[in-house]
Design a protein around this ligand. Structure first.
Ligand code: SF4
Length: 747
């Protein structure tokens, strides 16, 4: 029986009813969308390929051009990632470029508080001058920047280099802190390098796929299609407090209590040990710390874990049995794990399960973090924010020396301390230590936790620069200076996807008005700061790619063997590593699908992976009589992307999700509160309140409510807590109450 037959049919909620059409129609190959039926004046004259600029799946899109400008696109049938499929965001990728609220000229706030257009010359002179004056008055560390995982790697490297080596801004972080920092820290500590080990083929090669906190059906719909191509009749196990679309399509759903996942993974390890479903040979040869781990998990007996997770002892035993006796087992996780007050240890608990059962380095296995943004992986390796270029450390003198010599810059220009993390930068602003901030391609005023606190901090700044495609974002509206930037499709470069595949991004449209590529803006800032010479070799994205190759040489992420952009274009992207030696050994072309650790060697000096563990900690904000519900947040639909800065610009996408903020509430709770479907309520936390429409559904458990993260108000509610190791926010659980409002509906 195939997986397609085995997987249960979707039981879609009202708000996700298009998931069926997605599966059956929207992901189909381009011929189904009738390019051939277009009138003559809309017929393309040429076609090129570009990797999609939304999520980390990294689908390739065929972009159809007329007179050099993109007029339409379709999914690339040849690309090894998506094989002719794209989700609604991909199909609508051109729509946000034509939005009426694009930033088309630099805007500077005057003394009267009004924004006025200025020339680039004036804008960048003011920016450099204001930043210098702030540093003179308040010290070098009074500036910071917040970047993104949404722009090409070449631009990220230039941003991080200009900011740190020219402007002397030590503190820079990115919105990847909000999605991937936990996985980065977990991998570094466990494997010795931030190295997601898998290739997408592993979705199709597993006998058992375990998804922790991952709603793959809608967050990574094309990867879900890869699961459905699995011909091994796999078990699909989903761990999630909500009965998400993925949980409903799975073979087993473990609906645990919010943030009890650390107890669960230790409880599973306990049962695997008890039954001796353990790969002793792999552990002995390739890991450290197993004996201490085995002793530690003795305390996580099934009765205790059952009480802490809400799962029955039978469920726990069945779960462990599927891992222990399931054959090839792959473990996957996303934001349900990463966005937690103890996410790093949960991720490492998942890694421990893979290590102790020898499920790593082989087809259909792995402890696999699925990334969020299209270029979060590029940001992780080359953004020069909290890590030095090429996966290095600022505190390591040898690493600083290597980078200085590759870039031919004075070593003193490289900070010898790492940056503050995102939350520490915000705290620095609140405490008056940071006075100037540069935000690039991210909408912090929507996406950061405890929104009111963040807004107060941004208003406190002496000078806020926002560089974005749109002048209308919640963040841009607070700016003193707006720098209009080109978007995806209007510039060149590369992205790195979740499976470490580097793919090409191309310019297929001209940016509107005076908007410039982020690359050009960073070059100009170096020029206005009087340091253009330092970047004379960084004259195009392709020349920066050659510099990145040099920076990667000898690192685990070595890409020195990639023969430029043409190799990426001809080979359907190339996964890292791809060193010169690997290329030579492979006869000039590496395999299209490669996973890490096939030889059992990890990146720690002794070549061994580590078992890392720690006692679970209580939820930072527990429910009580005044705030009796746990608020969960997450993805709403596949048609929505994060803060909706781009997806809300598409007429098509806007039809695929509810326009009003809604809150999912269990029928028992709705009855107790005497609430009807469609009724308006206030959802209130200790930090703020949100007006929402009630959606009564058993998708959530009693005592839990869910609001999608895409609605701008949701972060008024979220609790400001970070994981102590990764400093990633824990968006997924805070205490709220539900109050009836006088209005019957929201219109
Ligand atoms: Fe593919 Fe993600 Fe783009 Fe959708 S948003 S087309 S899944 S890369």
């Amino acid at each position: 029986m195939s997986t397609l037959l085995k997987a249960r049919p979707q039981q879609n909620s009202l708000f996700r009813s298009w998931q069926g059409p997605l599966t059956r129609e929207l992901v189909q190959a381009p011929s189904a969308h009738g390019l051939g039926r277009l009138p003559e004046r809309l017929q393309p004259t040429a076609t090129t390929e570009s990797v999609c600029g939304f999520c980390s799946t990294g689908c390739s899109l065929k972009v159809h051009l007329r007179d050099g400008e993109a007029i339409n696109l379709s999914a690339d049938p040849q690309y090894p990632v998506n094989r002719g499929m794209a989700c609604p965001k991909g199909w609508e990728a051109l729509a946000p470029l034509s939005a009426g609220d694009r930033a088309t000229e630099p805007l500077l706030r005057g003394d009267d508080g009004r924004m006025r257009s200025v020339k680039w010359n004036g804008a960048l002179s003011v920016m450099v001058d204001r930043f210098r004056r702030i540093q003179e008055r308040h010290g070098p560390d009074s500036l910071a920047w917040l970047g993104t995982g949404q722009i090409p790697t070449e631009e990220l490297a230039l941003l991080g280099s200009v900011a740190k080596f020219v402007l002397g801004i030590r503190h820079g972080d990115g919105n990847t802190r909000q999605c991937m920092a936990t996985a980065v820290t977990a991998y570094k500590e466990s494997f010795g390098f931030d190295a997601p080990p898998y290739t997408y083929e592993d979705f199709e090669e597993s006998d058992v796929l375990v998804f922790f906190g991952s709603n793959l059906c809608i967050a990574h719909p094309i990867l879900w299609q890869r699961v459905l191509r699995n011909r091994r009749n796999p078990d699909i196990l989903v761990v999630d407090p909500r009965a998400t679309e993925t949980a409903q399509a799975a073979t087993r759903h473990y609906g645990l209590q919010p943030k009890s996942d650390l107890s669960l993974v230790y409880g599973l390890a306990h049962l695997l040990l008890k039954k001796d479903w353990v790969d002793h040979s792999f552990i002995r040869k390739h890991t450290n710390g197993f004996d201490a781990f085995a002793e530690f998990v003795q305390a996580f007996h099934p009765q205790r874990v059952s009480a802490e997770t809400g799962l029955s002892v039978e469920q726990l035993e069945q779960f462990a049995e599927r891992i222990g006796c399931g054959g090839r087992v792959s473990f996957w996780w996303t934001m349900g794990v990463n966005q937690s007050h103890e996410g790093v240890r949960v991720a490492q608990g998942i890694i421990n399960l893979a290590l102790m059962t020898g499920n790593i380095g082989k087809p259909g296995t792995g402890a696999n973090s699925i990334t969020g943004q299209c270029n979060a992986m590029g940001s992780r390796l080359f953004s020069n924010t909290t890590g030095l270029l090429g996966g290095r450390d600022f505190e390591n003198p040898q690493h600083r020396n290597e980078v200085a010599s590759i870039l031919n810059i004075p070593e003193e220009r490289i900070p010898d301390q790492k940056s503050l993390a995102y939350d520490q930068i915000i705290e620095g602003i609140q405490e008056g230590r940071i006075k100037g901030l540069w935000i690039v391609a991210t909408n912090s005023a929507h996406s950061w936790m405890h929104q009111n606190g963040l807004m107060d901090a941004l208003r406190q700044l002496e000078f806020l620069v926002v560089q974005d495609m749109y002048a209308s974002t919640e963040t841009a509206q607070l700016a003193d200076l707006i720098l209009p930037a080109a978007g995806w499709g209007e510039k060149e470069g590369t992205f790195i996807n979740s499976e470490r595949r580097i793919g090409r991004v191309r310019k297929v449209r001209r940016a509107p008005g005076e908007a410039l590529s982020d690359f050009s803006i960073f070059q100009l800032i170096a020029h206005y700061a009087g340091c253009a010479d330092m970047f004379r070799d960084w004259d195009s994205p392709e020349s920066v790619f050659e510099i990145l190759k040099k920076l990667s040489r000898g690192q685990p992420c070595d890409i020195s063997g990639i023969e430029g952009y043409s190799a990426l274009e001809n080979q359907g992207g190339i996964q890292w590593p791809c060193s010169e030696q690997m290329l030579s050994d492979a006869g000039g072309k590496v395999a299209a699908q490669r996973r890490l650790f096939e030889d059992g060697r990890f990146h720690h000096e002794d070549g061994r992976a580590r078992f890392i563990f720690e006692q679970p900690r209580a939820l930072p904000e527990a429910c009580n009589v005044d705030y009796p519900f746990t608020l969960l947040t997450g993805r709403g639909t596949s048609a929505q992307w994060h803060t909706q800065t781009r997806t809300a610009k598409s007429d098509v996408l806007r039809k695929l999700y509810p326009q009003n903020t809604y809150v999912e509430l269990h029928p028992e709770d709705a009855r107790a509160l005497e609430l009807d479907p469609g009724e308006a309520v206030q959802v209130r936390s200790r930090r703020g309140s949100v007006r929402a429409v009630v959606h009564v559904t058993p998708i959530v458990q009693p005592g839990q409510v869910f609001i999608p993260m895409h609605y701008p108000e949701v972060n008024r509610l979220t609790f400001p807590v970070v994981d102590p190791y990764s400093r990633q926010p824990g968006y997924k659980a805070c205490a709220v109450c539900i109050e009836k409002t006088s209005s019957k509906d929201l219109s």
